[in-house]
Design a protein around this ligand. Structure first.
Ligand SMILES: [Zn+2]
Length: 301
C-alpha cells in the first residue's frame, strides 16, 4: 500500500500567516451565515487544514494509506505549530512514500492586499528525488480547475520537501493561492468549494503520478424538495391564531401556527400543509387564496 503524508502548514497560534483584514464578510459554504466578519482575518493554518482534511478523505477513498502532520482532525483551532524536524520525523517513522504539504502563499508585509497571485508547487533544490514529476502532475491538475496564474514548479530548501530527511520518494509543498491577494483570499482561501476543488486536484495528481485510479466521491443524494404552504404571516400570535380559527371553520385541517425569525423579527405563520409535490402544494395554495387568504404563500426547502 502506498503511504502519503498530508501536512497542514503552520499552527493555530502561529503569528502572521493570515490574510490582511477581509474587505467583506466571508461565508465559507454559502449557507448565509457569516463565518469571518469584514475586518477580521482568515488564518493560513485554518485554510491549510480544510484542504488537507479533504485531501486525506480523497486519498483514503482512492486506496492510499495516509499519515497526517501539522493537524489531527478537521478542527484547525487546536493545533500547535509542530516543528519541521518533528514533522519530518513523523513522515520518516511512518515510512511514507510521498509527502504533500498544504499552504497558502503571501507576498508583501501581509497587512494589505496586493496583486501577487497564482498557484505554485515547491520541491527541494538539493534533495528533490522524483518530486519534479509529482509536482508537475499536481500543478497541471490545479491549473485545470479554477483559473489561476501558473507560477510553476519552484525550488527551495524547504523542510517539508526534503526527501532525504523524510526518506520519501518525492515530496512537494503546494502554495494553493495567495492569501494576500484580495480575489484569491475571498474566492479561494475563503471558499469551501475551492478547498474541495484543490483537494480533488491534488489527489488526482497523486493518483496520476502513482498510477492509481482516482475514485470520485459518490454523489450525495439530495433530499427531496418540500413545499410548505402557508395561509399567511402575522406580526402577532393572536392575529395568527384568529386566522387559524377562520381557516378551520372553512374546512382546512392539519393547520398550525408557528413562529419564525425573519431578519431578526419574530413572525407568526399559519402553515396549511407540507407537500413533496409542487402540484399538490399549488392546489392548497389556490384553495387558501379562494378562501380569502390572498397573501397565502409557499416556502420551498
Ligand atoms: Zn504557509
Amino acid at each position: 500500500m502506498i503511504r502519503i503524508n498530508v501536512d497542514a502548514g503552520h499552527g493555530s497560534y502561529t503569528s502572521g500567516k493570515r490574510t490582511p483584514p477581509m474587505p467583506v464578510n466571508v461565508d465559507f459554504d454559502g449557507d448565509g451565515v457569516v463565518d469571518v466578519k469584514k475586518g477580521n482575518t482568515i488564518k493560513e493554518h485554518f485554510a491549510n487544514v480544510k484542504v488537507a482534511m479533504l485531501l486525506v478523505e480523497e486519498l483514503k477513498r482512492c486506496g492510499f494509506a495516509v499519515t497526517k502532520t501539522g493537524f489531527d482532525d478537521a478542527d484547525a483551532g487546536d493545533d500547535t505549530d509542530v516543528l519541521i524536524s518533528s514533522r519530518q520525523k513523523t513522515v520518516k517513522n511512518a515510512a511514507c512514500d510521498y509527502s504533500v504539504s498544504i499552504h497558502f502563499n503571501a507576498y508583501g508585509d501581509g497587512q494589505s492586499f496586493n496583486s501577487a497571485q497564482g498557484a505554485s508547487v515547491y520541491i527541494h533544490s538539493s534533495y528533490p528525488k522524483d518530486s519534479r514529476k509529482l509536482a508537475t502532475k499536481v500543478l497541471n491538475q490545479l491549473m485545470a480547475g479554477t483559473k489561476q496564474k501558473n507560477l510553476g514548479v519552484l525550488t527551495a530548501n524547504l523542510g517539508m520537501c526534503n526527501c532525504k530527511l523524510m526518506n520519501t520518494k518525492a515530496a512537494i509543498l503546494v502554495e494553493t493561492a495567495f492569501m494576500t491577494n484580495q480575489n484569491e483570499a475571498i474566492n479561494m482561501m475563503g471558499k469551501k468549494k475551492f478547498w474541495e476543488e484543490a483537494a480533488i486536484e491534488i489527489a488526482k495528481g497523486l493518483c496520476e503520478y502513482t498510477g492509481v485510479t482516482y475514485v470520485k466521491k459518490p454523489a450525495e443524494t439530495k433530499p427531496a424538495t418540500l413545499y410548505r404552504v402557508h395561509a399567511g404571516s402575522y406580526t402577532t400570535e393572536s392575529e395568527a391564531n384568529k386566522a387559524a380559527e377562520q381557516l378551520k371553520k372553512k374546512g382546512f385541517k392539519e393547520l398550525f401556527v408557528y413562529s419564525a425569525k425573519v431578519s431578526g423579527k419574530t413572525v407568526y405563520r399559519v402553515q396549511l400543509g407540507i407537500y413533496s409535490s409542487k402540484e399538490n402544494a399549488d392546489k392548497m395554495l389556490a384553495r387558501a387564496k379562494a378562501a380569502g387568504f390572498t397573501k397565502a404563500f409557499t416556502l420551498k426547502s
